[in-house]
Design a protein around this ligand. Structure first.
Ligand SMILES: O=C(O)/C=C(\C=C(/O)C(=O)O)C(=O)O
Length: 290
């Protein structure tokens, strides 16, 4: 049973006005449960509504997208069975990012790779997970490196400065969730966001997802205060950005975002067809389907 104040995903998202290029990839989304088949983890810090692979794939088609990158969310913790089930159903139309601990074996990784997993997620958001010793992360990074997997990282903007030496020491491709979660009230010239832009500029193995305007905006459902942040990153790092719906949008506080409206944000942050092609097709295909 989902948490008392949990806001479920939008039941009837609109058809986007923006037509995504052929082969477009939703590069950040999740599957939750269903709980009777894939129970939520006892270590979780929230209990969502169920959000099935069938509903995810129907949304993909409704939005005019072709593929998904499904990211393990903390409500399932290190039980990746719902993710693997969705990947096996989607075949070549989906890839995955798993959540693992340092007990994972070479055989486990081999099986996940065969199912379509291409990375792991290091989550630093304290409201979602307990902290993990850095040596655990380094051990995981060493185990996945032979498979060419990358590391998705989710952190709050204030944590970046302290995390930078650790992130550099991982010595692999890093993909930062939701632009490093900037406080958009501060504007793009604030030291925190400039630190993130400089981090990407100084490290060409660092990518980011220009996603989650619905989480970052200060005046939902108008997301225009987030556009300058995403546009800065798309224009400065056109070949190292990804986009995703973040469906089914866990832990929203104000509203269930309309996924059709989220897709219509894309031309505001990637204003040319070349930038849209890189953001939605070329970059995710290079990282997940090479
Ligand atoms: O889905 C997101 O990317 C954002 C959230 C949740 C998770 O990532 C998760 O549970 O792993 C959030 O901000 O609550």
């Amino acid at each position: 049973m989902m948490d008392k104040n949990y806001i479920p995903f939008h039941p009837t998202p609109s058809k986007p006005t923006f037509k995504a290029p052929a082969g477009a990839v939703d590069a950040h989304c999740h599957v939750f449960g269903p709980a009777d088949k894939f129970p939520y983890h006892p270590k979780r810090k929230y209990t969502p509504c169920d959000a099935s692979k069938e509903q995810l794939f129907a949304l993909r088609d409704h939005l005019g997208f072709s593929r998904n990158v499904i990211v393990q969310a903390s409500c399932h913790s290190t039980d990746n069975s719902a993710l693997i089930d969705a990947l096996e159903s989607a075949g070549d139309l989906a890839r995955g990012v798993a959540f693992v601990d340092d007990t994972i074996t070479h055989e486990d990784i081999k099986k996940m790779h065969a199912a379509g997993v291409r990375g792991v997620r290091f989550n630093f958001v304290k409201r979602l997970v307990d902290s993990t010793p850095k040596e655990v992360f380094f051990s995981i990074a060493d185990k996945i490196r032979p498979f060419g997997w990358h590391i998705v990282v989710y952190f709050e903007a204030a944590e970046l400065e302290e995390l930078i030496p650790f992130l550099k020491a991982l010595n692999t491709t890093i993909v930062v969730d939701h632009m490093g979660t900037p406080n958009v009230k501060n504007g793009v010239d604030h030291p925190d966001f400039k630190r993130f832009v400089d981090f990407m500029a100084d490290n060409d193995n660092v990518w980011c997802k220009v996603s989650c305007p619905e989480r970052l905006t200060k005046h939902a459902p108008d997301y225009s205060d987030v556009y300058p942040f995403a546009r800065t990153l798309v224009e400065q790092f056109p070949n190292r950005v990804l986009w995703g719906t973040d469906w089914p949008h866990p832990n929203m506080k104000v509203e269930a975002p309309n996924d059709g409206h989220l897709v219509d944000v894309i031309p505001h942050i990637a204003p040319t067809s070349e930038l849209q092609q890189a953001l939605l097709v070329d970059n995710p295909m290079r990282l997940y389907w090479a």
